[in-house]
Design a protein. Structure first.
Length: 108
């Protein structure tokens, strides 16, 4: 079974959360596996056992970020589509900057 198809253990979730924060704050290329392991409180062996490689960890990070973004946008679209009492169409989120610009999406 490929690494990305296995359910995440608590340690793997901690590694992914830590990597996500570090990748976002410092940039993917600036963060090494040693730092991720140390910040997550696991050994480097655990990181590699759970993800296989830095590339696989980056892929898991990007997938999780994509899932969060899609959930966010789906929720906002549902809110915008729901009838709002006392609101004109111009005051709905869809008319006030929705969807976000590509730059705003990249910063999220």
């Amino acid at each position: 079974m490929p690494v990305h198809d296995r359910p995440l253990t608590p340690a793997a979730r901690r590694v992914l959360q830590t990597a996500s924060e570090l990748f976002y704050e410092r940039g993917i290329g600036s963060v090494g596996m040693e730092l991720i392991a140390a910040e997550a409180g696991v050994t480097k062996k655990t990181v590699y056992d759970r993800f296989g490689s830095k590339d696989a960890l980056i892929l898991a990070y990007l997938r999780a970020r994509d899932e969060r973004w899609r959930a966010f946008t789906t929720g906002r679209i549902a809110e915008a589509a729901a009838p709002a009492s006392g609101c004109s169409p111009r005051s709905t989120p869809s008319a006030s900057g929705w969807p976000p610009s590509p730059g705003a999406a990249a910063r999220w």
